[in-house]
Write a protein that binds this ligand. Structure first.
Ligand code: DX5
Ligand code: ZN
Length: 227
C-alpha cells in the first residue's frame, strides 16, 4: 500500500485555540500540518506568517510542517519560514521570477521544496526542475479560501503528475489541496495522490465539545484509503 499522509489545513481550525487544535488532530492520527500563507496580493485573503509557525514549534508541535506559500514575491519570506521550523516550503511558480533559484533557496535554507499548480497552471513548469522538487502540490480549487468544491479535472492532472514522478525515479510527494473529503479521497488516491490536504473536511466536521473530535474523521479517511 502507498504511504499516504494526511495533512490537515489549519486554515479551517479555530485560531483562538490553534496549538491545542493542532495537537488534537495530530493525536488523532494526522501526519503533517498544512500551513496556508496568504498575502492579500497573490490571493485575495490574508492569513498567517512565520511567527505562528514558530509559535506552534514552541508549543511542542514536532510533526512536519508543510508551508504552502500563496504570496508574491516569495523569496524574501523563505529564510524566515525556515528559521521558524518549516519542513516543506511550496510556492506557486507564477509568483516567482526565478523558479529554479527559489527552489535552490529553499534547499539552501535546509527545507524540502515543492511547486504548487493552480487548476489552470500547466505541469510544464516541472520540465527542467524535476531534480529539484521534493513535492508537487496540485490545487483542486482556486487558491485563497477553504471550503470550496473539488474541481474534477484535477484527477487527470494527478494521473499526469504521477507519470512524471514515476518516470523521474525520484522520491517526490504528490499532494492534493482543495475540496478533499471522505467521499472523494479514495478516487483522488487512485488518481495518484499520496498526500491529502483537508481543511473543512476535518476541522469543519468536528463537534466542538467532543474531546476526541478528530478521531472518527481521520479513521474514515484511513478506511477509505485502505479500500
Ligand atoms: C486554499 C488552501 C487550502 C484550503 C483547503 O487556498 O490552500 O489548503 O485550506 O481547504 P478545504 O479542504 O476546505 O478545501
Ligand atoms: Zn493549501
Amino acid at each position: 500500500m502507498a504511504d499516504y499522509l494526511i495533512a490537515p489545513s489549519i486554515l479551517s481550525a479555530d485560531f483562538a485555540r490553534l496549538g491545542d487544535e493542532v495537537k488534537k488532530v495530530l493525536d488523532s492520527g494526522a501526519d503533517i500540518v498544512h500551513f496556508d500563507v496568504m498575502d492579500n496580493h497573490y490571493v485575495p485573503n490574508l492569513t498567517i506568517g512565520p511567527l505562528v509557525c514558530q509559535a506552534l514549534r514552541d508549543y511542542g508541535i514536532t510533526a512536519p510542517v508543510d508551508v504552502h506559500l500563496m504570496v508574491k514575491p516569495v523569496d524574501r519570506i523563505i529564510p524566515d519560514f525556515a528559521a521558524a521550523g518549516a519542513t516543506y516550503i511550496t510556492f506557486h511558480p507564477e509568483a516567482s521570477e526565478h523558479v529554479d533559484r527559489t527552489l535552490q533557496l529553499i534547499h539552501d535554507e535546509g527545507c524540502k521544496a515543492g511547486l504548487v499548480f493552480n487548476p489552470a497552471t500547466p505541469l510544464s513548469y516541472l520540465d527542467y526542475v524535476m531534480d529539484k522538487v521534493d513535492m508537487i502540490l496540485l490545487m483542486s480549487v482556486n487558491p485563497g479560501f477553504g471550503g470550496q468544491s473539488f474541481i474534477p479535472a484535477t484527477l487527470d492532472k494527478l494521473r499526469e503528475a504521477r507519470k512524471r514522478i514515476d518516470a523521474s525515479g525520484r522520491d517526490i510527494r504528490l499532494e492534493i489541496d482543495g475540496g478533499v473529503k471522505a467521499d472523494n479521497i479514495r478516487e483522488i488516491a487512485e488518481a495518484g495522490a499520496d498526500t491529502f490536504v483537508a481543511g473543512s473536511g476535518i476541522f469543519g466536521k468536528a463537534e466542538a465539545s467532543d474531546p476526541n473530535k478528530y478521531d472518527s474523521i481521520l479513521e474514515t479517511f484511513r478506511a477509505e484509503l485502505a479500500k
